[in-house]
Design a protein around this ligand. Structure first.
Ligand code: 13P
Length: 252
């Protein structure tokens, strides 16, 4: 089965405004149109509206890196799904490991955000992944099960076509220690099996599962050739044209 493939960059809390504009111009000039491949960048919230406009005539769409689950209210410092949508984003990143581990987001928060995103026609990209000590204690499967089931609680089958999952083992994020293609593939198969248990094999076979964690130009080819890796979510290497373009343009 041919699945959606998504190549995404997560800028995290990097870039001045002018650097952001220059990066988008460089990326849009260098990305090659590849059948069926989607390209997304997760932008810091203050630049979301301008960068979404700038992306309008390019192959890239934008997403926000986080949002609150309420539509509006006295929630100082938060942004709402309505605002994210209003700024032209197509995607929303939910449950990134930095949100879970630095800002103490729970599986319940993640689930509320997924539901809010769907209500506002944003496509949730749900991040899951184990810590190093959880992998060493053979708890990876349990962690993935808890995070995937938690995120998808009460999500209707009919909404699943809008959802993608990013497997980002925490020990591989920002460390330069990429998961081997085999380790990533095994985790992606586990994620598909969990989804199969919840929604059946059609949905588990069609949902895009991306890999993230120290993806670089020199390791993308090995990861991308695996059957169950449907794209990547890139942090550090999405910040420079010279690094991100070879990743998004990797050969089929
Ligand atoms: P790095 O590519 O910098 O390891 O970050 C991965 C990530 O967290 C993407 O969301």
């Amino acid at each position: 089965m041919k699945r959606r493939e998504i190549f995404a960059g997560n800028w995290k809390m990097y870039k001045t405004y002018q650097d952001a504009v220059d990066l988008v111009k460089g990326l849009s000039a260098g990305v090659k149109k590849t059948d069926g491949r989607e390209y997304a960048i997760f932008i810091p919230a203050p630049y979301l509206r301008d960068i979404s406009s700038l992306c309008a005539d390019t192959l890239f769409v934008t997403g926000a890196q986080n949002m609150y689950f309420e539509n509006q209210g006295a929630f100082t410092g938060e942004i709402s799904p309505l605002m994210v949508r209003d700024c032209g984003a197509a995607f929303i990143l939910i449950g990134h490991s930095e949100r879970r581990h630095i800002f103490h987001e729970t599986d319940e928060d993640v689930n509320k955000k997924v539901r809010a995103a769907l209500t506002h026609r944003l496509q949730p990209m749900i991040c899951v992944g184990e810590l190093l000590n959880e992998r060493e204690n053979n708890e990876t499967l349990q962690v993935l099960e808890r995070q995937v089931k938690g995120a998808l609680l009460n999500i209707e089958k009919s909404d699943m076509a809008k959802i993608s999952i990013a497997y980002e083992p925490v020990w591989a994020i920002g460390t330069g220690k990429v998961a081997t293609p085999e380790i990533a593939e095994e985790a992606h198969i586990s994620i598909r099996n969990i989804i199969k248990g919840l929604y059946g094999s059609d949905i588990s076979e069609s949902i895009p599962v991306l890999y993230g964690g120290s993806v670089k130009p020199d390791n993308i080819a090995g990861l991308y050739k695996m059957n169950n890796i449907d794209g990547v979510l890139v942090g550090g290497a999405s910040l420079e044209t010279k690094d991100f373009l070879p990743i998004v343009n990797v050969k089929n």
